[in-house]
Structures are given as C-alpha cells and as structure tokens.
Write a protein that binds this ligand. Structure first.
Ligand code: GLC
Length: 679
C-alpha cells in the first residue's frame, strides 16, 4: 500500500508516474517537527535490529545505519567514507526489522539530510531543508514487494540496447581516431572481447559539446561505420555546460531561444567548466529540453547509438563572482599579520571556489513560468539533462533503444538512463564500495549501472584491475574507465592480460543469461541485485551480510575485494552450487551446504553461487555481443526437481519488446551440476 503526505507546497519533480491523492491524516511512525527557516524533520526511533536499505548512490555499507547522508548532488572526486553526498539524490529508504517493514520516499528536489543513527544510534532524523515535499509511505509484506511498489510508483527502469552489456573500454585522453582504432585493434588482436569505446571530452573541439575535432576525428559518421563493421560502438560524452562563445552554434541558438539559467538581474549565469566560461541550460523547462535534446540528433544521424552525460550536478569549477569574492577576502588580509586561521582561510578561499553553495544560489530556473532559485531544485538538474536527451532519442529513433548513462540523477531519471558510479579511485576499498552501492541503486530503480572498473583516479595495480573485472562480469555496465595522467588501464597493458581476458570471456559466455535476468527484473519491476535479507527475511544472519549480493532469480555473488587475499569468507543462507570460474570453459562446480565457508580463490578465480533448482546458462564464446550464439547452452545448476528456466531473448534494440513473445522456457532436467541444451 502506498500513501502520500504533502507538506508545504512541493515543486514538480517528475519523479512519480502515479498520481495519488494526499492523505488527510497524520503520517504514522514519525514525529514531525518544524525547524529553522521552515525546515521539516521526521524522527523515528530505531529498533536495535533495524536495518536501513536504500539511498541509492551513497558511500558505506549496504545497511545505511550509522552515518549522516545528504541529498545534494555533488561533483566529488574523493569518495571517502566520510562523504555525505555523491552525484545523485535517491531519497528512498526502507526500514526493515523482524516485526515491521516500510519505506519512505521524499519527493523533494532540494537538500535533505538523513541522520540515520549518526547523532543517536537508536534514532533516525530526516530533514527537508525547504519543508516543501511529498512524502510517500510504502507498506508491504516483504522488501521485494516494497521495491516493486516503489518502482510502480516511479515507473519502469531504463532498458539499454543489448550491446551495452558487452565490455566497454574508456579513458579520459583518447584524442584521435587513430588512438581509438589502436585501442580497439589491441583488443581484437588479443581476442579480448569488446563492444564499445567511450569518447571522453578529448574528441570535442576545445571541449565544446556537440563538436568534434576536425583534424583528429575528421568524419565521425565514417569512423562510427568503420568501428561498427568490427562490432564496436562509439559512445561520446556530453557535458551540461554550453561554452559562452558567439559563433558557436549551440551557444547562439541557446541564446536566441533564451535557454540559459538566469541571475537575479536577468542576465545569464556564467561559470567555468572544461571549456572555460559556460552557460547552463534550464533543463527544468520543456522547451529548453527540446532544444538541447535536438543537439544530439546530428550525432545520432552520424551513427552514434550511445552517450554518457557528465558534469550535470551541475559541476561548477568557479564563477567570476566567486573568484572576485575570494580575491576580496585575500585583499582584506594583505599587509597584516596573518595567523594560522587566517592563513588557512586564504587557502580555503580558493579551494572552495568549485561547486560552491554561493554559486548555486546565484541563479534561477523557470518552473511553471516562475523563477525558482537553483538550490531549491538543485538535485533535478542532471535528471533534466538526461530527460532532454532521452526524449530526443524517442523523437528521432522511435521504437529503438539508445544507450545513455549519466553521472548525476534523481529518482525518475531511472526511466530514461542508467548511471555510473562516478569518479572512484583505484583503491581496494572502492571495489567493495562499488559492490555495496549496487542494491541501493537497484532499489531506487537504477538497474543499468556499474563503477569505473579499475578505478578512475590513481594508478591501478594489475591484481586490483583483475578483481574489479571480476565484479564487473556481473554488473550491467561493464566499463573500464580511468583519468588522464593515471597509469594506462586497458587490459592489454598488463602482464596478466590473458587472465583478464579470460575473466571478460566469462561475461560474454554469461551475457545472454545476465541479459535475460536484467530484462526480467526491468520488465517485472524487480531488482537485479538484492541484499541477502530481501531473499531471506527470516534469517537474522542474512540481514548483517555486507559483502555478498543476490543476483537475479537464483544466484549470489561474493567477489574478492582485498589485496593478496587468496580467497574469502562467505555465508550461505541455503545450500548452493559454487561455480569457481577461471574462464568461460574452465571452472569448478562445488556443491556447498548452508552455513559458513572459507573459499579459496586465487587471483584469476571468482565465484558465482547458484541456488538449488536454479540454473546458470553459458553460451559459446564470442568477442562481441553480436557474435554470441544464444541457442546452445551449457546449463549449470543442481536440479533435484524438474522445472524450467525462463530465458528472455529479444532483438536487443526494440524499445518495447513484448515479454510474452520473448520468453523461451528452457527445461531443467534432473542433474547434479551440468548439462548442455539446444533451444
Ligand atoms: C569527470 C567524469 C569522468 C571524465 C572526466 C573528463 O570527472 O566523471 O568520468 O573522464 O570528467 O571528462
């Protein structure tokens, strides 16, 4: 059951697809109190065993209890465990304890704080700074049905084309056709599977959106065609800001149509991002979304079938006003004797130039014709950009899927795009964090997701990249991405590249199966990755597991995330078959009983666990998703009761596939662990 409670005058967010009448009665479970400046707090005491799931993109464990989170979309380069915000705001939280279950969604586009046992271990206090919001209360019998109810409220998850489940190579720095061709060629030469290469800002002319360098990428249509002949797609980046430059067509047309966010005095707000001084499209306006979306069309027409949207929190490096303020603070200190506090202040004056609240308060959007200050709707910006792109794709390629993943997001954006987890580091702790973020993201509707495999910042080590890839085998977005000036991170750069290639080959053997699990989850409003407690709500030990996830209908993953570990500890809530992969053809099948196990997993080995009477399907390998044979399978599983596996297959591109037509029942005959089947 879903009930809606309205507080103050909420701004429209596009988060929900079902319109519900607001309840007249008081909100149960919570004490509601007004605070300073109209803020509104919802307090609730927490049971000692209460577990909190959700909040989507956030640091720390699967259970969110014990930390202070903030919904405030942030361009953060440092995902330490003290971070309160990342790039997206996903205000859905499930309160789970043995005798009670409910979820709340705060449909509030401004700043929200989540003190989840941080101030007091036995109390949660959730505060909306503006006090204007719709709060949805979801009460269901199980976490799985609560997740489904939330999805039905907010709409079906985005479905990318099937090729987007292939391996994607990316790096900030690929600056010419030649370089991209070389990267692709190295993969093909060594038989490392590959479906796409991302183009970062270096493909653009002076980092201006919707341009490409004429000398380095002379003919994008031809290049895209050439790559596609080799079954490789190009996926260019698009940033949010539009460079201020007369004669640059997107700036001129945006200016002519008055598309940019304004300051109080009516002039365009300007701040710097990669191309220098930029204006920011007012994505909250339908006409602006249409204008911006149309700018993608020449790229679509050049054969591009996928994009990533970036810097859309929006990231602001600095504004003229911010720089002037910093200088005046510095000037005020000139000549005097500067103590340590003032000296630190000097440093902070410049360090705090980026993404400053002062800048976010300097500009306005038009919402239903009225100016609204940006900070009140801050968390909608990336979602608006994504919506602009997705609507344009629907206009230009009706009935076809286009790959789109964004950095910033809000609930509702999950209908239009996937997201990646942002600028992580080549740290072992970030491998674990990537795993722990998956169920929260899925609960909030973001199914097409994954992290920068290998880590974006810092220099990766080869064992870390291999372990990252082992997680990436299972994440829908399997992309290796790294920052400029870091150690080159393509698989073929490393001495153990054959081990890494074999790991990626497992992804390809599993691809039809993983795609099938993804599609069923999307079409049935389910999660692909779930905390163990979702499947075993009655098992008190399951609720405490922070580093294993249920995957699809019948599997569980438990990656190694520590350096030099030759295995790991796992908890099995029931008997399972462990597949210990070394490659698509080389694996052990080990039946394990419910309980605790220490599993040995040397560097090239990683496990997938299968519940009894469930199966995993492996297809004959291929180096591109388009070359896989999904009619012949090796069926792995312990089947003690005959049944069927519903294999979902479709053409991989049609936007609205008919699930009834796309399911092939695969009979599961009695077997200890292994059989082959032709369908
Ligand atoms: C941002 C993105 C990153 C990208 C870089 C350059 O940091 O998060 O993925 O490589 O910008 O465009």
């Amino acid at each position: 059951m879903i009930r809606k409670y309205t507080f103050g005058t909420p701004l429209p967010t596009d988060a929900v697809v079902r319109q519900l009448p607001a309840e007249a009665g008081a909100l149960p479970y919570f004490t509601v109190s007004r605070g300073e400046g109209g803020s509104l707090s919802f307090s609730i005491s927490l049971h000692p065993e209460e577990v909190l799931f959700g909040l989507g993109q956030a640091v720390r464990g699967i259970n969110k209890r014990g930390h202070l989170f903030e919904s405030w979309n942030s361009d953060v380069f440092n995902h330490t465990e003290t971070q309160s915000s990342l790039y997206g705001s996903h205000n859905f939280l499930l309160f789970f304890r043995p005798d009670r279950l409910f979820g709340i969604f705060l449909d509030d586009p401004g700043r929200v704080t989540w003190d989840l046992g941080w101030t007091k271990h036995d109390e949660a206090v959730i505060t909306s700074l503006s006090g204007n919001l719709d709060l949805y209360l979801i009460e269901e019998d199980s976490p799985v049905s609560a997740a489904r109810a939330f999805r039905q409220l907010t709409g079906r998850s985005y479905i990318p084309p099937r090729w987007a489940f292939g391996y994607i190579q990316s790096r900030w720095g690929y600056a010419s056709e030649e370089e991209v061709r070389n990267v692709a060629g190295e993969h093909r030469k060594r038989h490392i599977p590959l479906d796409a290469v991302c183009l970062d800002i270096d493909y653009m002319e002076d980092f201006r959106n919707f341009t490409w360098k004429p000398d380095a990428f002379p003919d994008l249509a031809r290049f895209s065609r050439e790559m596609k002949e080799d079954h490789i797609r190009l996926v260019p980046i698009i940033d949010a800001g539009i460079k201020v430059e007369e004669g640059y067509a997107p700036y001129d047309s945006g200016k002519a149509l008055d598309c940019f966010c304004k300051k109080e005095d009516g002039s365009d707000f300007v701040a710097a991002v990669w191309p220098g001084r930029c204006c920011f499209p007012d994505f909250l306006r339908e006409d602006v979304r249409r204008w911006f979306g149309d700018l993608y069309i020449p790229l679509l027409d050049a054969g591009i079938e996928g994009f990533w949207n970036d810097m859309n929190e929006p990231a602001l490096f600095y504004s003229d006003e911010g720089v002037a303020d910093a200088f005046s603070r510095v000037e005020a200190l000139r000549g005097g004797s500067v103590g340590y506090e003032a000296a630190w202040g000097l440093k902070d004056s410049f360090e705090s130039l980026a993404n400053s609240l002062a800048d976010y308060r300097r500009f306005y959007h038009l919402v239903e014709g009225k100016p609204v200050r940006h900070d009140l709707v801050h968390n909608l910006y990336g979602a608006g950009m994504t919506r602009a792109a997705a609507d344009a794709f629907r206009r230009r390629c009706p009935g076809r899927r286009v790959l789109l993943f964004s950095r910033s997001s809000f609930i509702g954006a999950h209908r239009n795009a996937g997201i990646w987890q942002g600028d992580n580091f080549s740290w072992w702790s970030h491998l674990k964090m990537a795993l722990q973020m998956l169920p929260g993201l899925n609960l909030c509707g973001f199914l097409y997701t994954g992290c920068d495999l290998g880590g974006f910042g810092c220099n990766v080590t080869e064992d870390l990249l291999e372990r990252f890839l082992q997680l990436g085998v299972f994440t829908p977005l399997m992309r290796n991405h790294s920052a400029l000036h870091t150690r080159e991170q393509e698989i073929y750069r490393f001495s153990i590249w054959e081990t890494m290639r074999d790991t990626v080959s497992v992804r390809y053997a599993l691809l039809p199966f993983l795609y099938s699990e993804f599609m069923k989850a999307a079409l049935r409003d389910e999660m692909l990755f779930r905390p163990l407690a979702f499947d075993y709500p009655g098992d008190p030990r399951a609720a405490g597991v922070q580093d294993q996830l249920m995957l699809g209908e019948g599997c569980m993953i438990a990656p190694v995330y520590e350096q030099n570990a030759d295995g790991r500890y796992i908890y099995l809530p029931e008997d399972m078959l462990m597949i210990r992969f070394r490659s698509a053809e080389d694996y052990d099948l080990v039946p394990l009983s419910k309980g605790d196990h220490q599993i040995s997993l040397s560097l090239g080995e990683f496990p997938l666990f299968v519940k009894e009477n469930h199966a995993v399907l492996l297809c004959p390998g291929g180096e591109s998703s388009e070359l896989l044979d999904d009619t012949r399978f090796t069926v792995l599983g312990r089947i003690t009761r005959e049944g069927v596996y519903e294999l979902y297959r479709d053409d991989g591109v049609s936007a609205d596939p008919d699930p009834a037509v796309c399911i092939t029942p695969v009979p599961l005959a009695l077997q200890e662990s292994f059989s082959t089947i032709q369908i």
